[in-house]
Design a protein around this ligand. Structure first.
Ligand code: ZN
Length: 435
């Protein structure tokens, strides 16, 4: 006898995009271009049922779902199920944003203007603007101010389809402020309807007045203090900005090795090869990093290493577009079998809440297909956050995060760019509609 009961159902959809059906952890190479879906047949739509524990119980044609439910739960079972009409709609897995910097204070809109007038990211950085400005403002802000603006940003992201959000610290750069940011993530986790994944990025930038080697020591001390004094502050990932003028290959390695010693259960990632070749693939292999972000300058060896070790490539098309960077070699990565992930990289400098917008840029600007882009923000993004056992595809037994779209074919979500929110009719988190 089943112990869980059906709680929510979305019925008679035109299409349910399941992504895959064999509990794959990720899809790479040619497989990243193949999505599985169930399409309306004649008059019979497709339905999905979620249990009271939030997990998916059944996905099938509606007549079969109806029979199955009535046989197992009685003819009156529909009366107690929250039923959402999916007529005219497509259902897809909830989108997952695996790279964001959503906690900060201060406004950097003037930098947008400066960049349009020809200044580069590093020029603004070196003139005391950029991240240094955000760090000053974030230090000044109270915990509750940061929490309020963060919660508002989360809501914006949910309305664009984000159902799990990775959140980086890195605008404190000292113990007090980095701890404040981790506390804000922890507090927001109890208030937000979506899961937040905390990443410590104390090595986002070298604090002013320090050399990079002093910065390494400083970051290691912060991590030691956090592990000793704040063991209840959850950190799932450790990240470093590996770049010329920030932390180089060797310094990144030092910081991440120390992180893993202090937090053996955590995962390692880093910002690599964004503005120059840092031999990121080799670095990731040495320290067993789970993913690398950006990768505009990834070299051929790096592509091979990432493919062989299933290291996720987190591509940020918004940053690439806004900073007019060289395009990451996405097609070469796919041809070699690197699992590609797309994230927003939401930050004070790239104010895009919308994964569908990032997917649109990934298609037109980086040459990805629509299918590849959807897998890059669902199953592969779940893999990048170590969550593909529970999320990223619609399969029986997985947790029910999904989006009901106001279109009979999901591809409108990417095609109708700049218009995300109105295409998303409902957001379902762990089998419950939250919007
Ligand atoms: Zn970033």
């Amino acid at each position: 006898m089943m112990t869980t009961k059906p709680k929510t159902a979305i019925v008679n959809c035109e299409q349910i995009v399941t992504i895959c059906s064999n509990h794959q952890q990720f899809l790479a190479g040619k497989k990243q271009d193949i999505i599985e879906s169930i399409e309306r047949r004649n008059q019979i739509g497709v339905s999905i049922v979620f249990a009271d524990d939030g997990r998916i119980m059944a996905i099938d044609y509606h007549d079969r779902i109806d029979n199955w439910l009535c046989q197992n739960y009685g003819d009156n079972c529909w009366q107690t199920i929250d039923t959402i009409d999916g007529n005219g709609c497509s259902l897809i897995p909830g989108l997952i944003d695996s790279h964001s910097h959503p906690i900060w204070a201060g406004d950097r809109i003037d930098e947008f203007d400066r960049k349009l007038r020809g200044e580069t990211y590093m020029q603004i950085h070196e003139s005391g603007g950029g991240i240094n400005y955000t760090v000053r403002e974030t230090k000044r802000a109270t915990e509750s101010e940061l929490l309020q603006s963060f919660l508002q940003r989360i809501n914006q992201m949910i309305s664009c389809g984000t159902t799990i959000l990775e959140c980086k610290t890195g605008y404190g750069l000292d113990y007090e402020c980095e701890r404040k940011m981790l506390r804000v993530i922890q507090q927001a986790s109890t208030m937000s309807p979506i899961q937040l994944v905390p990443t410590f990025l104390g090595a986002h930038s070298i604090p002013s007045g320090m050399t990079a080697d002093q910065g390494v020591e400083h970051v290691c001390t912060m991590m030691e203090q956090l592990s000793r004094k704040e063991p209840e502050l959850k950190i799932e990932f450790f990240d470093v900005f590996c770049e010329t003028g920030v932390y180089n290959h060797k310094q990144t390695e030092q910081i991440l090795r120390r992180a893993k010693e202090l937090y053996p259960k955590s995962y390692l990632t880093f910002h690599g090869d964004e503005l120059s070749d840092q031999d990121s693939g080799r670095l990731a292999a040495k320290i067993s990093a789970h993913s690398i972000s950006h990768l505009e300058y990834l070299n051929t060896d790096g592509i091979e290493v990432m493919a062989n070790r299933n290291i996720a490539a987190i591509i940020n098309p918004t940053t690439c577009y806004l900073l007019k960077l060289r395009k990451p070699p996405v097609r070469e990565m796919i041809a070699n079998g690197v699992p590609i992930v797309i994230a927003t990289d939401y930050n004070p400098n790239a104010l895009c809440y919308s994964l569908p917008m990032a997917m649109n840029l990934a298609t037109i600007h980086l040459g990805m297909t629509l299918n590849e882009s959807l897998i890059a923000t669902t199953l592969n993004a779940a893999y990048a956050l170590n969550r593909s056992n529970d999320y990223g595809s619609l399969e029986i037994g997985k947790l029910g995060n999904c989006l009901l779209l106001n279109c009979s074919d999901w591809r409108h979500l990417i095609a109708e760019f700049g218009h995300t929110s109105s295409l998303i009719r409902n957001v379902i988190i762990n089998g419950k509609r939250i919007q």
